[in-house]
Design a protein around this ligand. Sequence first.
Ligand code: NAD
Ligand code: WQD
Length: 338
Amino acid sequence: MSKILVTGGTGYIGSHTVVELLNAGHEAVIIDNLSNSEAAVLDGIEQITGKRPPFYQEDVRNRTAVQGIFTDHPDISAVIHFAAFKAVGESVMKPLAYYGNNLDSTINLLECMLAANVPFFVFSSSCTVYGQPDELPVSESAPIKQAESPYGNTKQMCEDILRNVAAATELQAISLRYFNPVGAHESALIGELPRGVPNNLMPFITQTAIGKREKLTVFGDDYNTPDGSGVRDYIHVVDLAKAHVKACERLIAGDNKKSIEFFNLGTGRGYSVLEVIRAFERVNGVKLNYVIGPRRAGDIEKVYADTSLSNNELGWKAELGLDEMVASAWKWEQRLGS
Ligand code: NAD
Ligand code: WQD
């Protein structure tokens, strides 16, 4: 059983991963500056697991703070790095904030962990690195396309940094490329906390269903897809969280084949926006007010993952389907609204 430092551990994916680490018998230490999450998330983690991990409200860019965590916890075995800014549209408006936060935090963290002789690093990457792939399903060996946004570029640049550092140091890294994470823990004690108007489909659906938003706009119905709306590989956040446990265990056991490995995290199945809407309505018995609108700038037509490498090599497979995703997302929204 290992102690894992989780940056961004009170965030959406980080909090679900902390729960799965604790459920698997590991320990977690969290650092988060609460720039996009709340300390109350720790209560949810504690209610689910019966454990409250040590929490540092600090910025991952703060060298002294991060060094202090490794001093306080000399038994940390591995690091999972979630902390980053993640809003694609905002990154176009504020590129320096995105390059500054996402790159500086990664560089500082790598320097501190290597100085503390902690070599194992799991990184939150994104399917955005593939852009619109030439072939579907997209595998990890597909070419990395010119990033559409500063946000996407930070993921590509961090992967490059990891490649270079893994070649030059003791670093052993796994970069996990998430497709579209959605849903919440079945307890509805933790979930996604979008600030302001959500950019992503699922929180926009649930906020519309509960009446916080008047209507959902489907961004385009003239794509080359079966019903014309965009297709994505939605993945339940609890499945995603479990893959991080596998990745840490793989590194710590020395089962990794290379000093840096890349794995797609998706279900391998694409759903259109209209299919997600229909599943949400059917599973939850709720009618959704939606209209068809124009395409959103920068959107790709369709993407879904080739999951054979993560299935066969990482030993992980998504278990939850679209019905569980839309049910848990709705349960969480209802809890937030109550
Ligand atoms: P989130 O915003 O909910 O979580 C990120 C957490 O990091 C937040 O709690 C925030 O307060 C914290 N944070 C940000 N900068 C920090 C800093 N400098 N120091 C300390 N804490 C800091 O986001 P999420 O959806 O949980 O995403 C986690 C990671 O996964 C991010 O790296 C994101 O880019 C990546 N990712 C997310 C998605 C998605 O759709 N949610 C998809 C692919 C990749
Ligand atoms: C999904 C589908 C939209 C909102 C983004 C980032 C990506 C990754 C995941 C971090 C698309 C459609 C959406 C709405 C809609 N994040 N949609 N109406 O764009 O696939 O990916 O989040 O790494 O990098 O780009 O996710 O949830 O925004 O959109 O019709 O109000 O829903 O057009 O087809 P996306 P999304």
